[in-house]
Design a protein around this ligand. Structure first.
Ligand code: NAD
Length: 247
């Protein structure tokens, strides 16, 4: 039996499926990942600084650059691909516990998965949050201010520094969000890890938690991950082919 057929049999038998997704599921929608062969950081290692909270808070020029990058982000026009759509079919089958996503691009919801079943571990790029008073608004409203000439728009409530409502390196995850994700990891019978290098904690650790609680693990990722050893099957083909074939 091929690895794909073995993995498909596991998916067919499983009743409580958790999906942990990463940037790799969105590359076929035109959004580059960080660490894949064409990843943003693979091509330009200094870009990593843009995702660091200390650098963001202390460097006004970096913030100005961040606003420009948000305005031109490929996710604004990206469309869900066959991989995202396969996960909608999984939800329709009634066996999807939740999608625990590290992505900030909203493509699972845009594909048609229920928002209540998508746990955004690292937040969303479509909102802003004030780092001082937590005031939350839409990214579109902030980008309109940028287009109107405010290179680094301050919070309209308290004047604090605004940032996309995403988790940068050096920022803790939302406690409720990670608690829910851990519940899902502990109660699934299959953990399907898709399109993630599984190098960012605590998200990647959800795979280990699921395995310790007795779940079967299947890893679908183009390159090696530190959790491949826990997986019953590892698939390396592109997710736009693998996920429709599995589900
Ligand atoms: P990563 O960049 O570390 O790893 C992505 C993995 O996906 C790589 O190992 C790559 O080999 C694999 N991959 C790429 N395209 C693939 C395909 N078509 N089929 C199969 N595998 C493929 O991404 P990560 O593990 O998600 O961690 C990076 C962090 O970056 C996350 O915290 C996430 O929030 C953020 N991020 C998000 C987006 C997004 O929202 N789309 C994009 C870039 C980065």
């Amino acid at each position: 039996m091929s690895d794909l057929a073995r993995a498909a049999a596991i998916v067919a038998e499983s009743k409580r499926i958790a999906v942990l997704s990463g940037a790799g599921i969105s590359t076929e929608s035109g959004i580059p990942d960080f660490r894949g062969p064409n990843g943003v950081w693979t091509r330009n290692p200094t870009a990593e600084r843009l995702s660091n909270i200390q650098a963001y808070v202390s460097d006004p020029e970096l913030r100005q650059r961040s606003w420009q990058l948000r305005a031109s982000h490929t996710a604004w026009d990206a469309k869900p691909n066959a991989g995202h759509k396969a996960l909608v079919e999984l939800e329709k089958s009634g066996r999807l516990l939740a999608i625990l996503t590290q992505n900030i691009d909203g493509l699972h919801q845009r594909a048609g998965n229920s928002a209540e079943l998508v746990v955004e571990l690292h937040g969303t790029m479509f909102d802003t949050v004030c780092l001082s008073c937590d005031d939350r608004r839409t990214m579109r409203a902030a980008l309109d201010r940028v287009a109107g000439g405010e290179a680094d728009p301050p919070c309209l409530v308290c004047g604090g520094i605004l940032k996309s409502a995403t988790i940068s390196f050096g920022q803790p995850l939302d406690a409720e969000v990670i608690a829910r994700a851990q519940d899902v990891a502990r109660s699934c019978d299959l953990m399907l890890a898709v399109g993630s290098s599984l190098t960012v904690q605590p998200a990647a650790g959800l795979v280990g938690q699921a395995a310790r609680a007795g779940a079967t693990v299947v890893v679908c990722n183009g390159s090696e991950t530190p959790y491949d050893g826990l997986a019953t099957v590892v698939l390396r083909d592109p997710l736009g082919e693998v996920l429709p074939a599995l589900i």
